[in-house]
Design a protein around this ligand. Structure first.
Ligand SMILES: CC(C)(COP(=O)(O)OP(=O)(O)OC[C@H]1O[C@@H](n2cnc3c(N)ncnc32)[C@H](O)[C@@H]1OP(=O)(O)O)[C@@H](O)C(=O)NCCC(=O)NCCS
Length: 199
């Protein structure tokens, strides 16, 4: 048996994803024991209809599938977002897409409106450019989702046009605004102190 074979696969995957800490939040790899909480938070049509892949209703088995498939593909990073007391509040990630990796995120409805998504995205963006070395990131938000567009704008993303996303929960496609953040814009915003410092 090799050394790698002795390490449980979940532990190995988790080890490849860092823990990102911000003033109020902690971002870490999801674990199977989180499935019940993730399902309880994500089982809300307001979340499913604004994300591409979250089904509705969202059951514990869906959460288990999401968690066991997370952080397997190269270049992908999936995080749970928790408060500093370890309360799970949502999830986010970077997926490998062309022409640039794409950010996705959702928060449980009780946690909306506190700036948590923006704070979490600042940490993920710093990780994507700083540690993963990406040159650009992209994201999309349904045209009916001003809160998500605002999160992206507060993180320095620039609008690049419109498109369509296939939304699993509505069994249909829906119009989206597309956004992009270039490394040079991120660097400039950081050096001007316009991006919230992640401590
Ligand atoms: C989008 C989402 C992540 C935002 O989370 P959040 O923690 O509430 O976001 P923040 O508090 O960091 O920022 C939200 C911003 O949108 C603004 N906003 C919220 N609702 C708004 C509305 N109806 N119209 C205009 N602006 C709105 C807030 O005022 C805030 O901006 P401000 O700081 O300038 O005041 C959350 O609503 C969510 O999970 N939605 C469902 C899933 C989803 O949309 N995911 C994104 C996929 S693209």
């Amino acid at each position: 048996m090799t050394l790698l074979e002795q390490i449980p696969s979940e532990t190995f995957r988790e080890a490849s994803i860092p823990v990102l800490e911000t003033t109020r939040l902690c971002l870490r790899a999801p674990r199977l024991e989180d499935a019940k909480t993730v399902a309880a938070l994500a089982n809300d049509r307001r979340i499913a209809e604004n994300t591409a892949r979250i089904p509705h209703p969202y059951k514990v088995a869906d959460a288990e599938g999401f968690i066991s498939g997370a952080n397997k593909a190269g270049g992908e990073a999936v995080f749970l977002i928790t408060l500093r007391d370890e309360t799970i509040v949502g999830a986010c990630g970077i997926t490998s897409t062309e022409p640039a990796p794409e950010l996705g995120y959702w928060l449980g409805v009780p946690y909306w409106g506190n700036g948590f998504a923006t704070e979490a995205m600042h940490a993920v963006i710093d990780y994507a450019f700083g540690d993963l070395g990406h040159e650009a990131l992209q994201a999309g938000a349904r045209v009916t989702n001003p809160a998500s567009r605002r999160v992206l704008e507060k993180c320095g993303f620039q609008w690049t046009g419109v498109g369509l996303y296939r939304i699993r929960a509505i069994h249909s496609s829906a119009p989206i605004d597309r956004f992009r953040l270039e490394r040079r814009v991120w660097s400039a915003l950081k050096s001007w102190g316009r991006m919230k410092k992640v401590s």
